[in-house]
Write a protein that binds this ligand. Structure first.
Ligand SMILES: [Mg+2]
Length: 390
């Protein structure tokens, strides 16, 4: 027998979860949905295994859970539902997925826990460069360049991932200031550098972890590394001296051309830096350089997140989590959150608390549903999945 999850049953359950007791008048089993009965032990699962939630969530952060430094109040209520205040009475797996980065996952999870009022576990958080953990084994002992962030912040992140020889463009400038004579290292930049002889250090890959602070310096050094096949200052082109050294890999972690800061107009992001580099490189060589792009909405990132969600589901439900249920992406940006989710075959909910303004016409990528805020989005998705099941 199907009965929709009504507002009454939602509020009862939220109350019941809080007080561990049914709050209303005496009711007979006929007053409950099959799901509610099962959760109260009246009825066993029809498929003979512990019941697992029929859905999981991935949330964008900025414009969905936070607005600038402030927490959106609906976010706390949405997370409370996922932590058990829902008709199943069980935890619904979720992760947070952002194109931001520049600091360690540990530091960001601690900050998010403080802001949201719920513990955000390391396994529930994916930022733009987290995916690099899955490729680090290819470069563990190889010298690589890591770009972006202040001083050597991203070097510390890279080392935390397992890169043993991660260098910054500031290291290169400290080695030889003539590489880019238009920037003098500040005292704090100089303090962050490592002493390396780059004429004897073949760079095998360049990872743009976060938005570069000095585009000119970084574009110059990327060109140097690629054109001389890893040895900065070595002869360039396809000369015999270059044979035997493979072209360095170039990896970007965030395709956003624009992003929102406290400034009234959007700011240029890492995607703009990539365009600038490729334009210079094409002018020099006649063609763009092959690169790898991660971050929302790329397929690679959504595939990675699916695995993270699978692991989270297993953590919560062990062997009962035989297969991942339907995934809902909740985001405020049609071009990244919604486009990526749609391409991955997930359901998507576009919220109105961030960059998308419904007054400006339909979104560029059509979501499965639109919601005023994240609380409404979560509630809609849970009701949709429960109504499918019973
Ligand atoms: Mg956003």
């Amino acid at each position: 027998m199907f009965r929709a999850v009504t507002t009454r049953s939602w509020s009862n359950w939220q109350f019941a979860v809080r007080y561990h007791a049914y709050p209303g008048p005496r009711l007979s089993p006929r007053d409950f949905t099959p799901l509610e009965l099962r959760a109260r032990g009246y009825q066993k699962s029809t498929h003979g295994r512990a019941d697992v939630p029929p859905l999981a969530f991935a949330f964008d952060i900025d414009g969905v859970l936070l607005r600038g430094p402030n927490t959106i109040p609906a976010a706390r209520r949405a997370l409370a539902m996922l932590e058990g205040a829902n008709p199943t009475g069980r935890k619904i797996p979720y992760i947070l997925l952002t194109n931001g980065g520049g600091t360690s996952e540990q530091a960001r999870c601690q900050k998010l826990t403080d802001q949201l009022g719920f513990k955000i576990d390391l396994h529930q958080f994916v930022q733009s460069h987290t995916i690099l953990k899955s490729v680090v084994h290819r470069y563990t002992d190889s010298p690589v360049l890591v770009l972006g962030g202040r001083n050597d912040d991203v070097r510390k992140v890279a080392e935390g991932y397992g890169f043993k020889q991660a260098y910054t463009t500031l290291d290169v400038l400290a080695w030889n200031p003539a590489v880019w004579p238009f920037h003098d290292l500040t005292p704090s930049e100089r303090e962050s550098t490592k002493t390396v002889d780059f004429s004897k250090t073949p760079i095998s890959a360049i990872f743009v972890f976060h938005d570069p602070r000095n585009w000119a310096l970084d574009i110059q050094i990327i060109c140097d590394v690629i054109l001389s096949r890893g040895i900065i200052g070595a002869p360039q082109g396809t000369r015999l001296s270059n044979y035997g050294r493979r072209p360095p890999d170039l990896i970007f972690c965030n395709p956003d051309v624009l992003w929102g800061s406290d400034f009234p107009r959007p700011r240029l992001g890492q995607g703009a830096f990539r365009i600038a580099f490729q334009a210079v490189y094409k002018t020099l060589t006649g063609s763009e350089y092959y690169d790898v792009q991660y971050g929302k909405p790329t397929e690679a990132t959504y595939r990675f997140v699916k695995q993270v969600l699978k692991d989270r589901f297993k953590d919560l439900y062990g062997d009962a989590a035989v297969r991942l249920p339907n995934i809902y992406m909740v985001g405020d940006n049609p071009e990244s959150d919604i486009a990526g989710a749609n391409a991955a075959g997930w359901s998507s909910v576009l919220v109105h608390t961030g960059v998308y303004d419904p007054q400006q016409g339909p979104p560029a990528h059509e979501p499965t549903h639109q919601a005023r805020d994240v609380e409404e989005a979560v509630k809609w998705a849970i009701e949709r999945e429960l109504s499918k099941r019973y």
